[in-house]
Design a protein around this ligand. Structure first.
Ligand code: AMP
Length: 423
């Protein structure tokens, strides 16, 4: 199959040729004719499958050229600022031989400047739901919208944007086309699809919640207190050029970054408490290769599109199993090989079962020589170390004891104390 056979016109063919796309991916092959044919589409496609071009190319083709008298003709909603920027960059690259105006409306940027850009006239708007509503309240009209896209709909719903979407949807004209893209096929997404889609065509490019085939997955069993040490060892001994590392919380992202810096690794952190400017700066430094290790929380995991990222490490497993799919989707993109390594302690050994159930695959569990976990550690001991890390219920005495002992053994006498304390 070729883009030409799918009906893509010359200005877009030239642009994708410049980008080196040889042939359409599966989701592109299926979605492009449907979108051009004005059908509503419900697609389950993960990040890395080429889903952005699957909706962006036919939308650009439908717009054809800038018409001054018309208002906004396509709205693309995405859950995060980073993903919106990624979509904006992709659309800008695809439309380089076209006269089309695209505007990005995300939080953190000057509202007034965005208003001025809208006033000049724009065909395509890429926005996060909250910021789009702000502009609507300030007079942005949706009366000319022909195509409405929800990208990473599952994530949007998980992030609490349901109400915003329900407010935006009735403001669209009666006749419009809706495209819903989601990595997972959750009940929430299904419910939303019933509300906003009309006789949709379904596209399922991967089995429900499976991870991309080109990713090698492995889990290394290790004691909680030795995770940072093992991570630094893996990066050094296996000579990882660049690695994206996920933590469960902002606190552990910061703490891990400090640890890695002590090991001489150039490290950056992206999480919700960092200013947006700071997050973008760090991401760019990573893209430019100035940073070797990028530590991120799940909120920042969506929308990061880093070319040929070979390794993703789960320093801690995510609290929501679906986030595992999103995290490892950062590697093995568009047919390239990737490796996803999870560092799991005794506690996460159980959490990983939920992930395996979701993805329908077994993740092999191995140990690294010299980092084998102590067989006598109990889940309760690990919980206490984690609580301390999250500043929730510190029990310094027990934590100190656990940390001091590199093997993590708790003596019989102390174990009794622990039990009594718990009562
Ligand atoms: P996405 O799933 O939209 O995040 O795309 C993942 C990556 O694949 C991006 O870096 C795209 O530029 C790239 N990509 C999209 N379509 C193709 C294609 N047909 N051939 C090669 N690379 C592609």
């Amino acid at each position: 199959m070729s883009f030409e056979k799918l009906g893509i016109f010359k200005p877009l063919l030239d642009a994708i040729n410049d980008l080196g796309y040889k042939e359409p991916t599966l989701v592109q092959t299926r979605a492009i004719p449907l979108v051009l044919g004005k059908k509503d589409v419900f697609a389950t496609a993960q990040t890395g499958t080429g889903k952005t071009a699957a909706f962006a190319l036919p939308i650009l083709q439908k717009m054809r050229k800038h018409v001054e008298s018309k208002g906004v003709r396509a709205i693309i909603l995405s859950p995060t600022r980073e993903l919106s920027i990624q979509i904006y960059e992709d659309i800008t690259a695809y439309s380089k031989y076209m006269d089309i105006k695209t505007t990005i409306l995300v939080g953190g940027k000057d509202l007034q400047k965005q208003r001025e850009a809208l006033k000049k006239g724009t065909e395509i708007v890429i926005a996060t739901p909250g910021r789009l509503l702000e502009h609507i309240e300030n007079g942005l009209s949706l009366k000319d919208v022909e195509v409405f896209v929800l990208d990473e709909a599952d994530r949007m719903l998980d992030m609490g944007f349901t109400k915003d979407i329900r407010k935006i949807h009735p403001l669209l004209p009666k006749r419009h086309q809706t495209l819903l893209f989601s990595a997972t096929f959750s009940d929430k997404v299904r419910k939303l699809s019933k509300l906003i889609l009309t006789k949709p065509a379904f596209i399922e490019t991967a089995k429900k919640n499976t991870t991309v085939d080109t990713i090698n997955q492995v889990a290394y069993l290790v004691d909680t207190v030795r995770k940072a040490e093992l991570l630094a060892y893996l990066i050094g001994s296996r000579n990882f050029p660049q690695v994206l590392v996920f933590t469960r919380t902002k606190v552990s992202a910061d703490a891990l970054s400090e640890e890695l810096k002590k090991d001489g690794l150039k490290c950056g952190v992206i999480h919700g408490d960092r200013t947006k400017a700071n997050r973008l700066k760090t991401l760019n430094q990573f893209k430019e290769g100035k940073i070797r290790v990028l530590v991120a929380t799940d909120i920042a995991s969506r929308g990061l599109d880093i070319e040929e990222l070979p390794y993703v490490i789960n320093y801690e497993l995510p609290s929501i199993p679906e986030d595992y799919v999103h995290r490892v989707g950062r590697t093995g993109r568009a047919g390239r090989e990737g490796e996803a390594i999870s560092l799991i302690d005794i506690y996460e050994k159980y959490d990983i079962k939920d992930i395996e159930k979701l993805i329908g695959q077994k993740i092999p569990q191995e140990t690294v020589e010299g980092f084998e976990p102590d067989p006598n550690i109990r889940r309760k001991d690990v919980d206490e170390v984690k609580l301390k890390a999250e500043h929730k219920k510190p029990d310094n005495k027990k934590v100190r004891q656990y940390n001091k002992n590199t093997t993590g053994m708790v003596s019989k006498k102390k174990r009794k104390t622990t039990k009594r304390d718990a009562k």
